[in-house]
Design a protein around this ligand. Sequence first.
Ligand SMILES: Cc1ncc(COP(=O)(O)O)c(C=O)c1O
Length: 417
Amino acid sequence: MIDYEAFYATNTRSAERSLIRELLKVSRTGKAMISFAGGFPDPATFPVAELKEVTQDVLATGAALALQYGPTEGDPNLRDELVKWMAKDGITTRRDNILVTTSSQQALDLVGKVFLDPGDVVVVELPSYLGGLQAFRAYGAEMVGVIQDDDGIDTNLLADALLRLRRQRRRPKFLYAVPDFQNPSGITWTRQRRERLLVLAREFECLVVEDNPYRELRFSGTAPPPIFALDGEARTIYLSTFSKTLAPGLRIGWIAGPEPVIAQCVTVKQAMDLCSPSFTQAIAAALLRRGDLLRRLPDTVTLYGRKREVMLEALEREMPAGVTWTRPEGGLFLWVRLPDGMDTGAMLREAVEEGVMYVPGQPFHADGGGRNAMRLNFSYPSESEIRDGIARLARLVTRHLPAPVHTIHRRGTSVSD
Ligand SMILES: Cc1ncc(COP(=O)(O)O)c(C=O)c1O
């Protein structure tokens, strides 16, 4: 028997499989399972008819290019469309500042490969996107987490963390932020927090990586500008994707940033996959040119806004006292906190037996915290599944609640048991 592990590179030997992707395998077994675990868009939002038309058109008129290898930087037509797409958010950029990637997850891997040496520090939110943590850890980086509140990362605590690191003569390579409807918490950073982040990044000489897949999915409130648009000194690298607004199966994402950084990413990407698929890029470029994505967006936003409402109502109705949750203004997720001491990881197997799945909070926490939290997705399940699933979850949570604390009053003192 060959000991294959002995051959694995050090970095991959310690890599952990994403709990979410493992859970998704269970959710595909076809059991009557209600899953709040994945980050799947509702298939009803996929523009199937438009994709059929556009695909036929691409094959009829542009097959020679669409089925050929393409430039590593990405299809020039798509990059031009991306310049326009980002302009709606106040982002002024040019084709040469954009690299098309095989979705955002590859962009995160590229960022890790380009910037991180073993032992480097990356500052992240608590909680943060699990796939980002995984991508950066794969390069041996150390994550330093900073707590966020309802307004985004706590920038006072961020300043403290940066000072502490400076005293240890450690300068983070970058601050990783998911500022709009964050995965997993659903929290959106205020403009003030974004501006303060940039001030701190300048003071402590770090880059900023802004990962922004959910920006277009806003149900309520007003949108603060992207960090990238507020940054006057090209310190920010912006990542986005069409996974949530078009279809994740096309695997189209991109990086926008300073030209030297894009050039470095291009060099590194050449060794990874030569180029992202020309075919899906041509299709995405045509959809953008026709305006299909923008036209369909309001329906998608209405659908997800309604599902969020159904989930919030169900939580309100079903959950016992002591359980709290966020009220995201957009995106696909909300974040539930159970009373201290409860362990959502330990409860998961029982949840699966009850036919409901979620993602426990701990893997999203760079500091090992979040044991009493869980991430719930509301975009994929139907409204009736959301109602049923939250009722199942609430029964499970109620069963696991710590025993009530009886307060016995004796001569003016209280004793808890
Ligand atoms: C914050 C964040 N970044 C990146 C990704 C990766 O998305 P994709 O690779 O499909 O573009 C996700 C997916 O859920 C995400 O939530």
